[in-house]
Each structure stands twice: as C-alpha cells, then as structure tokens.
Design a protein around this ligand. Structure first.
Ligand SMILES: Nc1ncnc2c1ncn2[C@@H]1O[C@H](COP(=O)(O)OP(=O)(O)O)[C@@H](O)[C@H]1O
Ligand SMILES: O=P(O)(O)OC[C@H](O)CO
Length: 499
C-alpha cells in the first residue's frame, strides 16, 4: 500500500493532538483531546501519565478513523512533546510511581536553592546551558525519589526508569521495548551535558539520580522502533522522529540557518533562535539548548522561555469566567482603546526568561474605579506581547543579530489583535504562516526525513508559506511608555512567594 502520509503526535501541556500531514506538508486531518490539569497545592502542577498515554493513543486512532486513512498508509510517526515534564515508572509493570510532574511545577524550588547554595550554578550553566530552576526535569526526578515511598530503593535496584513525555510515549507505543529520548529533550533535563553530549555524571551524583534510570539519547530524526502490532490494527509503523515541542516548531518553521528565529504562543511562549553548530552562552537570562540532532550533527539554539502566555487566556475563561472562549478575548480587547493603565503580570508559576524568579507571583496593577473586564482582557493579551519583547531584547543582545521579522505559531496566533500589538510593541514585522501547527509539522518533517518521505531540508524550506504579515504602526514614544509601565509592573510581581 502506498505510504502517503506522516502521523504526528503532539503531546502538549493542555491537550494531546494527532495530526496527519501529506507530502506537501499540509494538514489532512486533526484530532485533539484536552486532559486533566492537577493542582495539588499552590504552585504545584501534575498530569496523570496514564491519561496522557490514553488521550494520545486515543486521538491517534481517532484521526486515522475520521480521515478514513489506513495505518498501512502512514510512512512514519513523529513525536513532539511538552518538555521537562517528568515521568518515573517501573519498567517491569509499566506503571508510573507518581503523577507526571509538569514543567510549570514549582515544588522543587528549594532543591534548586540548595544547588545554588552549593555553588553549582556556574557548572550547570556551562555544561547544560540552563539556569538552575524548578522548570527542568532533574530536580523533579530527585523529588520523586526522595518523596515516593520505596522509590529510591527500586531506582537503585534498576527497576525504575525516567523519561520526559517523548520517552514515555515511545515506550508505550513499542510496548516497553524502547527507552530512548532525542537530543533536544535530553537538553531540557538539566542532567545532560550539551557540550560533551553525554549524561553529566557530576550533576547526577549531586542529585542522587542513578544513571540506570536514564534513556539512551538519539538523533531527532531516526527510526527508534516500530509501533506494537496491537496499537494500530496490525500495522507496525516506524517511529522515526522526536523533538521537544519548541525545537520541533523551530524545525517546522524551517529556521535552519543561524540567526533564524520563531516564537510559539501556546500555554507558554517560547522564542528560539538557531545558532548553528555553536554553543552561544547567554549573558541576558536566556537558555542555551540543543535544537536537534540531524544529519549526523547537533545544532544549538538560544531560547527565551515564558511560562504563562495562552494559559492566562484560559485563566480569564476558566477561573475569572469573563470570556467563554479563548477567541472572545480578541473581540473584548478591541472594544476598548487601551488597557486604561492596567497591567497583568501572569507570573502564576514564577517568571522564566529573562527574570528567572521562582518566587514571583501573578499581579494586577494600575486598577482604577473605571477598570472594566475589557481592560483586564486586553491587559492580559498585552502581557504576552510584553513578555515576548523582554526575551527578544535579550536575544538580540546575546546573538548580536537584529531581527527583521519574527515567525510566529501556536494556538494564540489566531488572535489578530495580539499579533498586531506584538508587532507594534516590538517594532518588528510578525509573520504568521499558513500552517500554524508548526510544532506537529516539525515532528512530521523529522520523521519524514528519516524514512525518505522528504529528501532534504531544502525541500522542506520551500514549503513554508506566509498567511499574513503584521507591520508595526505604533509611534515610538507611545510604545516605549507602555513598555516602561510593563517593566514597573514586573518589579511589583517579583519575589512574592515566601514559602
Ligand atoms: N484566539 C485566541 N486568543 C488568545 N489565546 C488563544 C486563542 N486561541 C487559543 N489561545 C490560547 O492558546 C493556547 C493553546 O495553544 P496550543 O498551541 O494548543 O497550546 P499547547 O500546545 O501549549 O497546549 C491556550 O492556552 C489558549 O488559551
Ligand atoms: O505545551 P506547550 O506547547 O505550551 O509547551 C511547553 C514547553 O515545552 C515547556 O518547555
């Protein structure tokens, strides 16, 4: 049977998605399911790893059925995932010993403080490219070993294994045959030495994590194994690519040359710039990370990680209940001419780049008696654009490159008000491509390249098509005044949580 499609599995923070792409890189069918967000305490975030597997395998089967495509027509599967989120499971039973600890979770802030107090910050930055923060997987693994009864003993006996969501999905898709990750995901653990390309023994020892728990690190475009015969009605489909969702989006946006950058607006917002085969350290609060391993080499990226972007729109919808749907935010924001001096700093889980403040918390400032729900909605959307300016400035400083245009993608780029305000506040053109599911597309490209479905990155670059460009039209003085208000608001949010 002709293999005409690639199936991409995009396991995000709030939903599991399966998308089928054709040879033109166009979406043929999509299936998506949201899953439970678990908040056991303030600042803690968990997912049920079995629910993640259940929803992800469910949407994969569903998308094939609804599109009327047989599993035998799928040339390969590509995996992309929310990064850093940590699963530890028993390799004999396949059962997680604890809920997945999500990248946003702040419970390990004290473990991070301890690493800093022991003087490890510089070593970790130089060797993993990361700042010491509860964001990354390493301290989450330690927390599980320290807090789940019997876990440390089992881990030391070699019974427990660790993985981010890519590893967890590949393990389940192959029914426990394959325990791997790719370079991009490994680089988010704070356990992987991105210069020497190996697990870092010193950090593992400092955190007390047995090396036997760790997956084998592989290129991002390679056949890791095949799906178990029972998963997709008898077909053994090659699993041929994997990358963390932000790196996959960089690939899907065809940012293949040094200096090319994209910003993805999902739950959080993540700006990545390709820096080629060079490890570029940051002096301005960004991360250095592995973009991918492809064609026998690894490439690096600079990253600005913003923890809360679209999630703040979900907060307006689910907690404040002032919008019914994320897309209502655009209509409400445009009903007022400005935010009336209101700033929302959505530091619900602390602040990521460039501030790295685990103790910052959400703040609303500038309220007056005339402040309306519309102003709050507008200020929330504007906060996404301001945070992006914070990281763009850091990135231009670190790379020495002034961006002429920014490629954007992710769920929230559907919001035209946000995109226009983004361009205005940056003073940079914002380019939205036709396919905004760039994360899934990047994973599809990685898998397709591994099995010869696509031949080269050049072939892929030619498929990138712009849908709409937004051009900056705000005058300089007004723009700078608004931005300086944001900087003052951020200061108010900092160092708040005292636990
Ligand atoms: N029209 C919109 N305006 C603003 N935010 C939106 C809009 N549509 C979706 N979003 C936000 O985008 C996010 C979903 O984007 P998605 O790329 O699917 O995220 P993730 O992969 O993190 O789950 C949600 O947080 C949602 O609130
Ligand atoms: O689920 P997303 O798309 O918000 O991505 C989450 C990031 O991978 C966290 O690092």
């Amino acid at each position: 049977m002709d293999k005409k499609f690639i199936l991409s599995l995009d396991q995000g923070t709030t939903s599991s998605r399966a998308i089928i792409f054709d040879h033109d890189g166009k979406i043929v069918a999509t299936s998506q399911k949201e899953f439970t967000q678990i908040y056991p305490k303030a600042g803690w975030v968990e997912h049920d790893a079995m629910e993640i597997w259940g929803t992800q395998s469910g949407v994969a089967r569903e998308v094939l059925e609804t599109a009327g495509i047989k599993p035998q027509e799928i040339a390969a599967i590509g995996i992309t995932n929310q990064r850093e989120t940590t699963v530890v499971w028993d390799k004999n039973t396949g059962k997680p010993v604890y809920n997945a600890i999500v990248w946003q979770c702040r419970r390990t802030a004290n473990i991070c403080d301890d690493l800093k107090a022991r003087g490890l910050e510089e070593y970790i930055r130089d060797n993993t490219g990361l700042v010491v923060d509860a964001y990354f997987s390493g301290t989450k693994v330690k927390w599980i070993l320290d807090n789940v009864e019997g876990a440390r003993e089992k881990a030391e006996n070699g019974d427990l294994i660790f993985g981010n969501i890519d590893t967890w999905l590949i393990w389940n898709l192959t029914r426990g045959k394959v325990h791997v990750t790719d370079y991009s995901n490994a680089s988010r653990t704070m356990l992987y030495n991105i210069k020497e390309l190996k697990w870092d023994e010193k950090i593992l020892a400092e955190l007390g994590i047995p090396a036997s728990m760790l997956p084998e690190v592989k290129p991002s475009s390679e056949v890791y194994g095949h799906t178990d015969v029972e998963t997709f009605g008898g077909a053994e489909i090659p699993i041929a690519g994997a990358a963390g969702d932000q790196q996959a989006a960089l690939f899907g946006q065809a940012c293949f040359s040094p200096g090319m950058a994209k910003n993805t607006y999902g739950t959080g917002c993540f700006m990545l710039m390709n820096t080629g085969e060079k490890f570029v350290p940051s002096n301005n609060g960004l991360l250095t990370t592995l973009a991918w391993g492809v064609d026998g080499k690894v490439e690096y990226a600079l990253e600005g990680s913003i923890f809360v972007a679209g999630a703040s729109v979900q907060w307006l919808r689910d907690e404040l209940k002032i919008i019914r749907d994320a897309q209502d935010s655009e209509y409400l924001a445009t009903k007022v001419k400005d935010s009336n001096g209101v700033y929302v700093v959505p530091a619900f889980v602390g602040l990521g780049a460039p501030y790295w403040d685990m103790y910052a918390r959400g703040t609303i400032v500038g309220l007056t008696r005339g402040a309306k729900a519309e102003h709050l909605v507008r200020a929330t959307l504007e906060s996404i654009a301001y945070q992006t300016r914070d990281v763009l400035e850091a990135m231009q400083e670190d790379s020495g490159i002034t961006l002429q245009a920014l490629k954007v993608d992710g769920g929230a780029v559907a919001n035209n008000f946000l995109m226009q305000f983004q361009s205005d506040i940056l003073g940079v053109q914002v380019d939205r491509p036709e396919v905004t599911e760039t994360t899934a597309l990047g994973a599809a490209y990685l898998a397709g390249l591994a099995v010869g479905f696509w031949k080269s990155r050049d072939e892929i670059s030619n498929k990138w098509i712009v849908d709409r460009s937004f051009n900056a039209s705000m005058e300089e003085e007004g723009k700078e005044k608004l931005y300086s208000g944001w900087k003052r608001a951020v200061e108010r949010s900092r160092d708040w949580e005292q636990e």
